[in-house]
Design a protein around this ligand. Structure first.
Ligand code: IPM
Ligand code: MN
Length: 367
């Protein structure tokens, strides 16, 4: 029997509530599909910081290294710890474990309403591949002459050949696997999200790597959009997109817009992936910690449950992953159990329970 050790970091704000739904689904699916899951919770985050002066222990990466994957609820509570400090937990894990792919599927499930008029289940089915370890978030720069009228700050983006190439290649491989356009070439498309008209070093370099990699994938259509225009096209014609590859900052921004196409932050899941599996990968809902909603059991757990689906897919439990998706789709299509963001009055755990029931009551491939 396959066996997986999963680290759970609930984090701050609503993290506990969504992590317990994620864990509930993980247990149910493991039991049904006959694999073993051992979870261990780590109460790291802002409260840990207030007690210990750090967001997680110094040997956190050593501890996490022993696990097959990590689930992260959400991090941050500005009333306790400034945001630029609390996010170090997330960034340390992403960089420390070389999770250089940030995988963010954007799909609108039937029964979910998007605030964007053009978004329908037929039009919204794309994936953003965001570079996750370098670029604009390289934390390189400094403050100078602070306190004087000549004060200034420098923030440098780092774009390496290796860093750009591996993420762009991943995007092309994914398009080949997705086959959004069918079996005949071009089977898919990778849109290069860029800004090389204004960022005349970093993005010109990024574009050149994109063009070099594209030559190896003649079965995939190439495409390019400036990030500003791309936000417009996301809204105007979401059905146009298949796979989008973007730098760290641009990917961050366009996936928040993407979450609205898929019905809101309550549905948006992400994976921080180390494709070589040298280190554990980390899966998380991309919504924030919403401290004002903490303890009210009103947030949508679907983004977290979808993160578990992505985790199982990464671990090679594809059937179990599909089964979670089937249960989510079925629950949403029935439309009986909804948290307030979906226009309902149900609690977080009631949505989790409904999806759990949909998992245990049906065989893997039936709807
Ligand atoms: C996200 C978040 C993080 C990011 C923040 C909290 C550092 O916005 O996962 O999209 O920008 O990566
Ligand atoms: Mn973000």
């Amino acid at each position: 029997m396959s066996s997986y050790r999963i680290a759970i970091i609930p984090g701050d704000g609503v993290g506990n509530e969504v992590a317990s739904e994620a864990t509930k689904i993980l247990r149910a699916i493991a039991e049904k599909h006959g694999f073993n899951v051992e979870t261990e919770n780590f109460n790291w985050g802002c409260d840990y910081y207030l007690k210990n002066g750090m967001m997680m222990p110094k040997n956190a990466l050593e501890i996490l290294q022993e696990f097959d994957a990590i689930f992260l609820g959400c991090i941050g509570d500005a009333n306790k710890v400034p945001d630029h400090i609390s996010i170090t937990l997330l960034l340390t894990i992403r960089k420390g474990f070389d999770q250089y792919i940030n995988l963010r599927p954007i799909k609108l499930y039937p029964g979910v309403e998007s605030p964007v008029k053009t978004a329908t289940p037929e039009t919204v089915d794309m994936v953003v591949i965001r570079e996750n370890t370098e670029g604009e978030y390289s934390a390189t720069g400094g403050f100078f002459k602070l306190g004087s009228p000549d004060a200034f700050a420098i923030q440098t983006g780092i774009f390496t050949q290796k860093g750009c190439e591996r993420v762009i290649r991943y995007a092309f491989e994914l398009a080949r696997k997705r086959k959004k356009f069918g079996d005949k070439a071009p089977v898919g498309m990778v849109t290069n999200c860029t800004k090389s008209n204004a960022l005349n070093y970093s993005m010109v370099f990024w574009d050149s790597v994109y063009q070099k990699v594209a030559k190896e994938y003649l079965d995939i259509r190439t495409d390019m959009a400036m990030v500003d225009a791309l936000t417009m096209w996301f809204v105007k014609n979401p059905g146009y997109f298949d796979v989008i590859v973007a730098s760290n900052l641009f990917g961050d921004i366009i996936t928040d817009l993407g979450s609205m196409l898929q019905g809101g932050m309550g549905f948006a899941a992400g994976g921080n992936i180390n494709p070589e599996k040298i280190y554990p990968s980390m899966f998380e809902p991309i919504h924030g910690s919403a401290p004002k909603y903490a303890g009210k059991a009103i947030v949508n757990p679907i983004a977290s449950i979808e993160s578990i689906r992505m985790m199982l897919d990464h671990l090679g439990e594809e059937q179990a992953a599909l089964d979670i998706q089937r249960a989510v789709v079925k629950t949403l299509a029935l439309g009986k159990v909804k948290t307030p963001d979906m226009g309902g009055t149900n609690k977080t755990h009631e949505v989790g329970d409904a999806i759990r029931r949909a998992i245990i009551n049906k065989t893997p491939n039936s709807c």
